[in-house]
Write a protein that binds this ligand. Structure first.
Ligand SMILES: [Zn+2]
Ligand SMILES: [Zn+2]
Length: 268
């Protein structure tokens, strides 16, 4: 029996906190693109429905304001092209909610910092867009390179090795009685819950977020719904990104309507 299975046997109340997740395990490939163009991947060649415009970011970029003189009236912000962050086949993450008829999730982002995209909720990092599409509707595309980009937000193309698992939350997300039961079990076994038993680390679809820098921050949609974690983007070697102080970015989606704007949080 694995440690996690033993934990679940000892603390059955944990079972309802299990969430399905897919760890992606990205790895750089020689030549810059995975051999199978239909496979899930990080970064890499762009694909888009022919005839539809490639998405651009029109938000304010703080780094640009440092170099451009302010004029009155302020000129409209020039758009900059988004770049592909991830292309995910739905079958690699069947647990994600998706619009009917779609079989592919493209995650695009603006590879620059933003400080005003979430209104009241503090965030400083890339702007993220999710596009659920049908693979059959896409064709290779050559979007313009971003007019402005930070090197730490340009992913090196990677293939992925999807691994399905059931994820457990950090202690902050559990009711008090379960926190106590989990701590007791871990102590008996000479283990640490968060290090040895709980949430999986790394590039991940679904599952639970880490709150290692801040206390738990409830991420609520503007419609009032509590959002759910869709994607964890990890800093590090492959695909060579760095978020916050080499931390991780969490992308949350609205359970009521996946078309509502994503929620973003960086744990530096
Ligand atoms: Zn932007
Ligand atoms: Zn919503």
């Amino acid at each position: 029996m694995t440690d996690t299975a033993a934990l679940l046997a000892a603390v059955p109340g944990l079972a309802r906190h299990l969430r399905p997740a897919t760890l992606l395990h990205p790895y750089a490939v020689p030549g810059g693109a995975p051999a199978d163009p239909a496979a899930s991947r990080i970064g890499g060649p762009a694909e888009w429905p022919p005839g539809e415009p490639w998405p651009h970011c029109t938000a304010r970029h703080p780094e640009e304001e440092d170099v451009l003189p302010r004029r009155a009236p302020e000129p409209p912000t020039a758009a900059t092209a988004l770049v592909p962050l991830a292309r995910i086949r739905a079958e690699d993450a069947p647990h994600l909610p998706r619009p009917p008829g779609t079989d592919l999730l493209q995650v695009l982002w603006c590879p620059n910092d933003h400080d005003d995209i979430q209104g009241e909720r503090y965030y400083y990092g890339p702007a993220v867009e999710l596009h659920w599409q049908r693979a059959a509707d896409l064709a290779p595309a050559t979007p313009p390179p971003p007019r402005l980009s930070a090197p730490e937000y340009l992913p090196r193309p990677c293939a992925v090795r999807p691994e399905h698992l059931l994820d457990l939350p950090d202690r902050d997300e559990l009711p008090e009685e379960l926190v106590r039961a989990v701590a007791e079990f871990a102590e008996q076994q000479g283990l640490e819950y968060e290090r040895d038993l709980g949430r999986a680390d790394g590039w991940k679809l679904g599952g639970w977020p880490s709150w290692h820098c801040t206390d738990l921050i409830p991420i609520d949609c503007h419609c009032g719904a509590r959002m759910r974690l869709l994607l964890t983007v990890e800093s590090g070697e492959d695909p060579d990104l760095s978020l916050g102080r080499h931390g991780e970015l969490h992308v949350f989606v609205c359970p009521v309507d996946p078309a509502h704007p994503v929620g973003l949080d960086i744990q530096g």
